[in-house]
Ligand binder design. Structure first.
Ligand code: 5AD
Ligand code: SF4
Length: 472
């Protein structure tokens, strides 16, 4: 583990427990009923997982939860920095709380997450939003009790944004949003420095949780009835490279697959540069691992991939997908993230992205127009194509995706799948929505009591983005 990465000691966590008690007594003195907290989460699953830890700590400190910001005594915005759009939403939503805060001075407004970890943003927040009480970065989430205590007792604003390579904090209470589906972060940070991406600057260096800690959390979830467990990391394929002894992601998957119980393992995100044949074989061989590979290729053009600093070519990517298909056949679903309009990308180069989508037969795509991130190498590159033009390319891509998705769905007519029923459907009032092992969505008519269980569903009609089926 590199020099500046730190595992938070038990003594430090004990210290935080003392603050939890202090906040709890303070709140009991101030409020007759338990005060409400509202945690607003932007961005990726890692942020969702962080928010579940934030809520875990708040719950221990005596807060109840609400979705209504103007009912809460504490509002925390857990922000995302990946694209400008996410940042603009934060400015808007924080600004909208000014009146509420001024009318209710006892309310605490807090900001955390990736956006705050950027110096220029933290400075802007300090200048433009003086009514924000607490701002903390991605490396001090475990210190929330202490920071909140300071915010509740001091007149001054609290800003805690240390610039480190990152920490690992085990044993923080978690309050999960869902009773059947859970996220487990297995590693934090990123070392890849893709030229467009802010994440390595705000989330620190790659660091893996220990196998024992992951296995413990996983087993507890299975024992309490969780059915879909997603392992999270910016690049799960490099899991364990920093552990002593080294463990590979495939080895971790095999260990978790061996845990007794009826559950499904999902994971994201895989990086093509580090995706091994061994991982694909592990997916094919282990019955509890979903046949879903979220393997973002970002661009189908080798010049752009090089400028993006992605570390693979279109040909290497295709050979991985072909091998995965050889092993898993139609059961495999491949999804990807794509950036349209990277600086200097030409229309012809964008067409290579479209043709790669066609070649791999992606089931769904997360598509983004390139967003300039201050401090990244791509922000210094010439970017002559106007936004409206890029928006046209994106629309073309979405149209292609619709055709591809419909084509994929047709492959499954008449098949029967073991599906996890995750919620209410959209096709009609009594429809439920379920996911196949390959992460396809299948809707069927059924009783709400089936939510949270596995069921066998037969496809009766493939639609454009979902399958319609019936329970057998
Ligand atoms: N602009 C647009 N999309 C981006 N992503 C990351 N950084 C940027 C950016 N600057 C996308 C990538 C990544 C996903 C999480 O977000 O496609 O895989
Ligand atoms: Fe960003 Fe690339 Fe790391 Fe993903 S792998 S978080 S896109 S730098």
């Amino acid at each position: 583990m590199s020099a500046d990465i730190k595992r938070i000691s038990e003594a430090e966590l004990e210290e935080q427990k003392k603050y939890e008690n202090k906040v709890k007594s303070l709140l009991a003195q101030r409020y007759r009923d338990k005060p409400l907290a509202c945690v607003v989460t932007y961005g990726c699953q890692q942020n969702v997982a962080d928010s579940e830890r934030i809520k875990g700590m708040l719950s221990v400190m005596g807060y109840e939860f609400t979705d209504k910001r103007n009912e809460a005594k504490l509002v925390i915005f857990n922000t995302c920095a990946v694209r400008e759009h996410a940042e603009d939403r934060v400015y808007g939503n924080v600004g909208a709380l000014k009146k509420y805060k001024l009318a209710n001075p006892d309310v605490i407004i807090a900001l955390c997450g990736c956006m705050m970890q950027q110096k220029h943003i933290a400075e802007k927040m300090h200048e433009s939003f003086p009514f924000v009480d607490l701002v903390f970065g991605t490396h001090v989430v475990h210190r929330l009790p202490e920071l909140l205590y300071k915010a509740l007792t001091r007149r001054k604003r609290v800003y805690e944004l240390p610039d480190t390579d990152g920490v690992i904090a085990e044993g923080i209470p978690v309050r999960r949003d869902n009773e059947k589906k859970a996220f487990i972060p297995i590693m934090y940070g990123c070392n890849n420095f893709c030229s467009y991406c802010i994440v390595p600057y705000v989330r620190g260096r790659e660091r893996s949780r220990k196998v024992e800690d992951i296995r413990r959390e996983f087993t507890e979830l299975v024992n309490s009835g969780y059915k879909e467990i997603m392992l999270l990391g910016q690049n799960v394929n490099s899991y364990g490279k920093d552990l002593e002894p080294r463990v590979s992601f495939s080895e971790l998957l095999r260990i978790l697959n061996g845990i007794e119980g009826d559950f499904r393992i999902l994971f994201m995100t895989s990086h093509p540069k580090d995706c091994t044949k061994e991982l694909l074989e592990t997916m094919a061989q282990c019955d509890k691992i979903a046949n879903h590979l979220h393997l973002p290729f970002q661009s189908g053009n080798n010049r752009i991939l090089k400028l993006m600093n992605r570390g693979y070519t279109r040909e290497k990517y295709l050979s991985l997908i072909n091998y995965a298909k050889e092993l898993m056949g139609d059961e495999l679903s491949v999804t990807s993230d794509i950036i349209v309009g990277f600086p200097g990308e030409t229309y012809e180069e964008f067409l290579d992205t479209k043709s790669l989508v066609e070649e791999i037969g992606a089931t769904s795509l997360f598509t983004f127009i390139y967003s300039k991130r201050e401090g990244t190498p791509a922000a210094e590159m010439d970017d002559p194509v106007p936004h409206e033009e890029k928006a046209k390319w994106l629309a073309e891509l979405l149209e292609l995706q619709e055709q591809m998705s419909a084509k994929q769905m047709k492959l499954h007519a008449g098949k029967t799948f073991k599906c996890f029923v995750y919620g209410k459907g959209k096709l009609g009032d009594n429809y439920l929505a379920a996911r196949t092992d390959g992460n396809l969505i299948i809707e069927f008519e059924g009783d709400e009591g089936l939510i949270g269980t596995f069921q066998r569903i037969k496809v009766v009609e493939p639609l454009t983005y979902v399958l319609r089926g019936e329970k057998i």
